[in-house]
Design a protein around this ligand. Structure first.
Ligand SMILES: Cc1ncc(COP(=O)(O)O)c(C=O)c1O
Length: 399
């Protein structure tokens, strides 16, 4: 059959890291011991109280469709959370529950970005943002940030990127892949530029609960009523409660925006999984100790990994202050040779680490960066130590 895909599908690309993932699968199939530093989810089980709430929901036959935007109790609990943790006041009809934060971002982009609208995305970025913009017919416009400035967007960078075509700015705070976190002073410095023009701000705060060094988290929406009105706040349960597979995320914004997002969702997935919504309700209302236990463990691993990476010749890393990723600059090694073959870019560098060190990392190009690799520390301390040892040994083979 002669079939042509629509332009918006052709413009979006599938995951760039498939080749590395495929090679890792092949090696594992041969019983090779692989250290996996590519993990994008917490390596802890979902807490028991949350699992039990889901079991109870099933027993009570709470297994049918819910309201499109989610059960009212959960939206109320989310509103309480936003008030308690972020000092933000939203009513339940300014909140939508979706199948993960990812669907919230997707719904928002579908609902708010039109053909040829520009969407500003600071790079490095979370892989899906540009592709979601393309799927909506919009243009992703990248703002490059550097390792030297801790990969943070500055007022100058933002100001010089704004045009009358700018429809939206997407922020990821704390950031996947860099682990950078906006401090209160940095967000305050951006405030004036956030108020300019007529664009919306989508803030992905999914790693809110995984922050280190006692840094306080400030939501972009807390910068004042004017900014709150133009902000779509996205958060969810995947990372804070180790609930990636339950698929629960939520967005809070002006009522009209939530209505438009609900329209998109009503014609795609209807509501988020009913059982997961009851589990998510318990996550917000029940004991919170597990959140801090996980955070502390991640902080220990971050400290160890950061120190180890800094002891390697030529590797430059900004210290992650949140999430569970480090994003070291490895450009020192690009252009070096392994057995007469030049390592030309970070993709080849990552493939080299997999083949010679049996360590999986994600090349920065997947996130719009040519010099770095992403190392996830969502694996045990022993595996981190083993992986670093292997990386050090492999790098000695490069000339
Ligand atoms: C920045 C960012 N946003 C969204 C998501 C997706 O989260 P969810 O599981 O809630 O869809 C991820 C998952 O890795 C992420 O890193």
């Amino acid at each position: 059959m002669d079939f042509e895909f629509p332009e918006r599908i052709n413009r979006a690309v599938a995951s760039l890291t498939m080749q590395i993932a495929q090679r890792a699968i092949e090696l594992r199939a041969q019983d090779e011991d692989i250290v996996d530093f590519s993990v994008g989810e917490p390596d802890f089980p979902t807490p028991d109280n949350i699992k039990n709430a889901a079991i109870k929901a099933i027993e009570l036959n709470l297994t049918k469709y819910t309201a499109n935007t989610g059960i009212l109790e959960l939206r109320k609990a989310i509103a309480d959370k936003l008030e308690r943790d972020n000092g933000l006041s939203y009513s339940p009809d300014e909140i939508i529950v979706s199948n993960g934060a990812k669907q919230c971002v997707y719904n928002a982009i579908q609902a708010l970005v039109g053909e040829n609208d520009d969407v500003l995305i600071p790079a490095p970025y979370y892989v899906s943002y540009p592709e979601m913009v393309k799927l909506a017919g919009g243009n992703p416009v990248f703002i490059n940030t550097s390792v030297e400035s801790g990969f943070k967007l500055t007022p100058e960078l933002l100001e010089s990127s704004l045009t009358p075509k700018t429809k939206m700015l997407i922020l990821c705070n704390p950031s996947n892949p860099t682990g950078s976190v906006f401090h209160e002073s940095e967000l305050n410095a951006l405030k004036e530029t956030f108020r300019k023009g007529n664009y919306l701000i989508l803030t992905d705060e999914i790693y809110e609960k995984i922050i280190y060094d006692g840094i306080g988290f400030l939501s972009v929406a807390s910068l004042g009523e004017e900014i709150k009105k133009r902000t779509i706040l996205v958060n969810g349960h995947s990372k804070a409660y180790s609930m990636t597979g339950w698929r629960i995320g939520y967005a809070a914004a002006e009522r009209e925006i939530i209505k438009a997002m609900a329209k998109v969702q009503s014609h795609s997935t209807s509501n988020a999984s009913t059982v997961s919504q009851y589990a998510a309700l318990e996550a917000l209302k029940g004991p919170q100790e597990s959140v801090e236990i996980m955070r502390k463990e991640f902080e220990k691993r971050r400290d160890f990994l950061f120190e180890e990476l800094n002891s390697i010749e030529g590797i430059f890393t900004s210290k992650p202050e949140g999430a569970f990723y480090v994003f070291p600059d490895v450009s020192y090694y690009l252009g070096k040779k392994f057995k007469d073959k030049i390592i030309g870019d970070v993709f080849e560098f990552s493939l080299f680490l997999l083949n010679e060190a049996r360590v999986v990392v994600v090349p920065g190009i997947a996130f719009g960066n040519q010099n770095c690799i992403r190392i996830s520390f969502s694996t045990s301390m022993d595996r981190i130590a083993e992986g670093i040892k292997r990386i050090k040994n492999a790098l000695e083979l490069l000339v």
